[in-house]
Design a protein around this ligand. Structure first.
Ligand SMILES: Cc1cc2nc3c(=O)[nH]c(=O)nc-3n(C[C@H](O)[C@H](O)[C@H](O)COP(=O)(O)OP(=O)(O)OC[C@H]3O[C@@H](n4cnc5c(N)ncnc54)[C@H](O)[C@@H]3O)c2cc1C
Length: 492
């Protein structure tokens, strides 16, 4: 590609949202599309690389998924039998419920309404997908039961998704400049965005373009911004993914009067191994997650329970639980299970080393917590469980009675040795605050008018998530708004 030719669409970032934008811009006729990636090639791909690759998709009939996973029946015999439809209204109800009704209705409508079509478009581009067996399936007899709406993931998870996006983008002739950070947006006198100032291997330079798409993530990897917007104890949080999402795109956009939107004090944060590294590990990726807590009991260093482990399926509670743990003394807790449920623990638990003992008393002896309190708490918990059938595939209503902190489902006595305990902390995934975009992914200014030539997608889009989040929605949102941004940036 001739380096002197004018750039039609300049993309900032190289994760799922940015590369969806780059590919759709090329598809819509943009002759020259360039993506800037702040990371070196070896660390490319943002949070997308570290993700589980799970995609939450609305669909009316299991058959609608055929175009996404043509090999599903071969890979998971009986696949379609175990999949329940997940229509638009159920996805919307889930999003409204977990965000306490605060999700932006127009953005939510776009995300949900375009989820299947966008996933199908991704598949057409060459993004291969597979049933998300290890993430969301529970085997009952010879059938897998799937968590509603969270059935499909990119083949080989985030590592595969990121690698496939780079391949697709390169095939479309998208030029990717590594080690190159956008630092400032350029504007003409009319206010139109005309490119960016960037810092690359040869230092500072300006890059002109007819339109700019910002897809460069939130501020999860910036401790100063975390302290500023999320407050204590977020400056101490471990970062689950990339170290490069430091809020640059949000800062640049707001410097030219972009309108902030959504919950700036909120973020996605999950229970992870307390010994996880300070930033995401390229090989471990999301394997530090500890999401089988609905089957056990969670205690803090004071030996107390502090969360309804069985409030809902893990995919509707995990994204807020990280923050709740981080706010407990020392920012840590222990997930305790007995032998009745250890076969249900996600495969990811194998990356950790549990404390194991043959009695609860011996287990507590080995945990650095207030044993006397914990003993009382676990006795009270065991005494408060009810008779009934435990069923991990539904909200089984097996609830405790009379505890100050209830467990609403899957509450069974801890009584079968061996007992295991996994230490957990809260790891930050991404931030919820962003900029306000239109239905064309154009960035609005504080005058509530689109900033000409400026688009945003992915984690930078504010308004969708508040307090919590339904699993698999981040990548879907990135793909939907990335595709929209690329399409309209190309037309601009
Ligand atoms: C461990 C983990 C597991 C996850 N699992 C899932 C899952 O299974 N399903 C799901 O839906 N979501 C999941 N998520 C969330 C999901 O990964 C993100 O929401 C999504 O990847 C965000 O995509 P994005 O394109 O907006 O940002 P990213 O993929 O983070 O990409 C941002 C890009 O911008 C670049 N960048 C940053 N600043 C600049 C700059 N100044 N100039 C140039 N480039 C810059 C970064 O290097 C990166 O390439 C997970 C996240 C993590 C961390």
């Amino acid at each position: 590609m001739a380096s002197g030719r004018e750039i039609d669409v300049l993309i900032v970032g190289a994760g799922n949202a940015a590369l969806a934008a780059a590919v759709s811009a090329r598809e819509q006729g943009a002759a020259r599309v360039v993506a800037l990636e702040k990371a070196p090639r070896t660390l490319r791909g943002g949070n997308t690389h570290y993700s589980g690759g799970l995609l939450r998709i609305a669909f009316d009939a299991p058959d609608d998924l055929r175009a996404l996973v043509p090999d599903a029946e071969r890979e998971v015999p009986g696949f379609y039998k175990g999949v329940e439809p997940y229509p638009h209204r159920v996805f919307m109800a889930d999003l409204l419920r977990v965000t306490d009704g605060r999700t932006d209705p127009e953005l939510a409508e776009l995300l949900i309404g375009r989820s299947l079509d966008t996933a199908t478009w991704m598949a057409r581009q060459g993004i291969e997908m597979e049933p998300a067996v290890s993430l969301s399936a529970v085997k009952v007899g010879d059938t897998f039961k799937w968590s509603p709406g969270a059935v499909i993931r990119a083949r080989h998870e985030g590592v595969g998704l990121s690698a496939m996006w780079f391949k697709v983008a390169e095939r479309h002739g998208v030029e990717i400049r590594y080690d190159t950070a956008a630092v400032r947006l350029l504007q003409d006198r009319s206010g139109r965005v005309t490119g960016v100032a960037a810092h690359g291997p040869d230092g500072l330079h300006e890059i002109a373009a007819k339109a700019v798409v910002l897809g460069c993530g939130g501020f999860e990897a910036n401790p100063e911004w975390r302290a500023r917007y999320l407050g204590r104890p977020w400056d101490h949080a471990k970062v689950r993914g990339t170290r490069y999402n430091t809020g640059d795109g949000l800062r640049m956009a707001m410097e030219i009067r972009a309108l902030p939107h959504g919950q700036w004090t909120g973020c996605h944060s999950t229970p992870i191994d307390a010994d996880a590294p300070p930033h995401g590990d390229r090989k471990l990726t999301d394997k530090t997650n500890r999401l089988s807590y609905p089957y056990g009991v969670l205690v803090n260093v004071r030996g107390q329970r502090f969360f309804d482990e069985g409030e809902d399926f893990q995919f509707y509670t995990y994204a807020k639980l990280g923050g709740i743990i981080l706010n407990e003394p020392g920012g840590i807790g222990w997930q305790i299970f007995d032998a009745k449920v250890t076969h249900l623990l996600e495969g990811r638990y194998k990356t950790g080393t549990p404390v194991v003992a043959d009695t609860l008393e011996a287990l507590l002896e080995r945990l650095p917590l207030d044993r006397a309190t914990c003993r009382r708490v676990l006795e009270a918990y065991n005494g408060a469980t009810a008779e009934g059938r435990f069923d991990p595939t539904v909200r089984d209503g097996l609830a405790t009675r009379g505890l100050p902190v209830p467990k609403s489902n899957w509450a069974q006595r801890l009584d079968t040795p061996p007992f295991v305990a996994y230490p957990v902390t809260g790891g930050i995934t991404f931030t919820f605050g962003g900029v306000r975009v239109t239905d064309r992914a154009q960035v609005l200014s504080t005058s509530w008018a689109p900033i000409p030539g400026l688009y945003a997608c992915g984690e930078m889009v504010g308004g969708l998530f508040h307090g919590n989040y339904p699993g698999g929605t981040g990548l879907m949102s990135g793909a939907v708004f990335g595709r929209l941004a690329g399409t309209h940036a190309a037309k601009a």
